[in-house]
Design a protein. Structure first.
Length: 138
């Protein structure tokens, strides 16, 4: 199994529904202009799974996407300094997991989602992934 990640998007710009409509060919995860987040994109491998997080509106994990193409130059960056990855829809959760719920669980207090709330792409350790994934099925 590959590494696990969390990727944030504003749902009024790119939502889990947009991702689902992109189909099997997926869509580029572009527009990332933070160096730490870009470094995380560069570390992603084909098959890695990512929680899809709706930021600003909702503030909740709403599903899972999969990396299908590793880092390439982001076409939206005119200076060609930043990268994108191609991702495809895997699943939408029946029950989304809100940031409020996540903050109430002591075992998840170390997550970047809480500690570095502005970071748009971050790794998730496998223990936390399993815990969060289980929460989506309750």
């Amino acid at each position: 199994m590959g590494k696990k990640w969390l990727m944030k998007s504003e749902p009024d710009i790119w939502s889990i529904e947009h991702q689902k409509k992109a189909g099997a060919k997926g869509a580029p995860w572009d527009g990332v202009r933070n160096y730490q987040a870009a470094k995380n994109l560069k570390a992603m491998k084909n098959g890695d799974l990512c929680f899809f997080y709706h930021s600003n509106i909702g503030k909740e994990i709403v599903g899972v996407i999969e990396v299908i193409k590793e880092a390439f130059i982001d076409k939206t960056d005119k200076d060609s300094r930043f990268v994108a990855v191609q991702v495809k829809f895997k699943e939408k959760f029946k029950k989304s997991i809100t940031l409020e719920e996540i903050k109430k669980i002591k075992a998840l207090s170390h997550l970047g989602l809480i500690k570095q709330s502005r970071l748009s792409v971050m790794p998730i350790d496998s223990k936390s992934w399993k815990m969060l994934y289980k929460m989506s099925n309750i």
